[in-house]
Write a protein that binds this ligand. Sequence first.
Ligand code: UDP
Length: 383
Amino acid sequence: MNKVAIAGAGFSGAVLAHEFAKHGISVDVFESRDHIGGNCYTYRDEETGILIHKYGPHIFHTDNEMVWEYVNQFSRFMPFVNRVKACFDGKIYSLPVNLHTINQLYGTSLSPEEARQLIETEADLTIESPVTFEQQAKRFIGEKLYKAFFYGYTKKQWGCEPAELPASILKRLPVRFNYDDNYFSHHFQGIPAEGYTPIFEALLDDPRIDVHLETPLPKEHSSEYDHTFYSGGLDAYFSYKFGDLAYRSLQFDEQCLDGDYQGCAVMNYCDYDIPYTRITEHKYFSPWEQHDKTIIFKEYSFPASREDIPFYPIRLASEKKMLAEYVKLAESLDRVTFLGRLGTYRYLDMDKTIEEALTVADRYLDSRKQNRTMPVFVCSPLV
Ligand code: UDP
């Protein structure tokens, strides 16, 4: 047949399609939404011309040079450093937690060494190996910083007590004893000059690739294709047989205003009684452009139902049991591979998604050459 089906036109699906077409394989891409690019989709607002990140801002950051070179083939990336501000109790602070944040919150002018000593006295050293988000915070930054910047924000973002969440969520953020306020620590950081959509157009631009928008993967499809690659929800694939894997979704309350709204790209609102988690001002994600007007998104987090767009897999202990059941069932299938954030129910940044899609593509091309079975999961959901 020399033809495969791919469900989803986000980074997982688009990278796979590109790699397969390059190797002479025909590809049908099925995408339920009316556009390509998944949650990375960007467009220009008609009235203002501002580049909008429809599903919230995406900043590309990676230490993986191979992935960085890969994406740079499809777009010119502009340098972009994310300098997030936080609003807590009516005052503005620097994030991620750095020497400036510590001095602001404590009303001090400590040196790096003094700040380190202060946080050591604040840290709860009785917590030897933190398991939960709360333990991780109390162990490494102490109660005061935790309560100011993490407790309320995390409760809003995840809809539960930080004591119920895994420590790994907090580990995504650095704590620095200098004035470096770059939100990410990665070597390569940027945003594509014309947004992400042109990258997806370029990835999918091949006569061997047919993209079917507003078309879910057809139920009876397997006889038409050598293999199916599925980047949608693992639970949805099995019609939620064992229940729904929990996700948080986001609602963006959009406003178009004159001038400048907040003077930065991202302002986090850390108080629990402010209902949104953050406000993003989109023209600040393209600082190389000039716009008189501005567009802001107030971001609200809520539990995703089946109709909502899933953003963050929650992965509480109870879901891991359900996940294991889905994984077992999936592993009994033949000629299907699951990948990506939804297909493997893991929080994945764009760079990791691309890296894994390239690995899956290589593995499939190899398995065809050597006449070997392609695994159902190349990257396990059970990590
Ligand atoms: N977080 C927080 N306060 C902040 C920023 C982050 O409590 O001001 C917590 C929150 O639980 C969040 C996690 O740290 O989910 C990871 O932050 P990151 O900025 O990576 O979240 P993302 O941008 O992926 O939503």
